[in-house]
Design a protein around this ligand. Structure first.
Ligand SMILES: C[S@@+](CC[C@H](N)C(=O)[O-])C[C@H]1O[C@@H](n2cnc3c(N)ncnc32)[C@H](O)[C@@H]1O
Length: 226
């Protein structure tokens, strides 16, 4: 997402301090400590301008939500939108400005019930495959951060990224719970909350691809003993 540098960006972000989560790098904590109520925490990586996280936090008050964005000027827009709508939902949404590759410096293992990847950058050149947020290296990170049985949910317009992701899921032994090449035609997606990119692509008539995968609970091998 390209964007002109926001004038007074730092001041504007500071004005949204109550919705900003600032972890201490190298001192990982459980994310629930940033919320007033103890509820399972969902994480969106690459939240862009925040529509999805804001919509989900309102639709799912039974969960706490963290929306992460790497680009401060983009996060600023999401924060401002969330500030303007904060009376519409419980106090269950926080924004984290940072890069997903540093997540384990911020959060303890087994921190999240769900992780959402919405319209992640596809990095089409094969030399950049490791930057794709569904690359095996990232899946290993999510495995550590999710609770046992936790779920990763992906939406994308990009067929190549979708196919790459399905291959990576299979390679890593993840259980495919749902998979569709036309999300908006699915009965189970009736309550789908759209992202900014999703809105734009669907208006152009492009189908949305989506997959949900479960990370199996780690076993200690006892079930094989007898
Ligand atoms: C194509 S945009 C999609 C935005 C939004 N999810 C949507 O669907 O409208 C991808 C976003 O992910 C952010 N992003 C990409 N890689 C990231 C990373 N490693 N950590 C955090 N954010 C990232 C980008 O800055 C960008 O805002």
């Amino acid at each position: 997402m390209r964007m002109r540098h926001k004038k007074h960006g730092e001041k504007r972000i500071a004005a949204c301090a109550e919705l900003r989560l600032i972890p201490t790098e190298g001192q990982p904590v459980h994310p629930v400590s940033f919320f007033p109520a103890e509820k399972p925490v969902a994480l969106e990586i690459g939240c862009g301008k925040g529509d999805f996280a804001i919509g989900m936090a309102k639709a799912h008050p039974e969960q706490n939500w963290i929306a992460m964005e790497r680009v401060p000027d983009v996060a600023c827009l999401a924060l401002e939108k969330a500030m303007a709508t904060r009376a519409d939902r419980p106090d269950n949404l926080r924004f984290l400005i940072g890069n997903a590759q540093n997540l384990s410096l911020f959060f303890l293992p087994h921190s999240f019930a769900e992780i959402y990847l919405n319209f992640s950058d596809p990095w089409p050149k094969s030399g950049y495959a490791k930057r794709r947020l569904t690359h095996s290296n990232f899946l290993a990170l999510y495995r550590e951060l999710l609770i046992p049985g936790g779920i990763l949910k992906l939406k994308t317009d990009n067929v190549d990224l979708f196919e790459f992701s399905l291959e990576e899921f299979e390679k890593n032994g993840l259980e495919l719970l749902r998979s569709t090449r036309d999300l908006h035609a699915e009965e189970w997606a009736r309550d789908n909350v759209m992202t900014e990119y999703e809105q734009r692509f669907s208006e152009l008539g492009q189908p949305i691809h989506s997959a949900w995968v479960r990370f199996p609970a780690e076993t200690n091998g006892d079930e094989h003993e007898n």
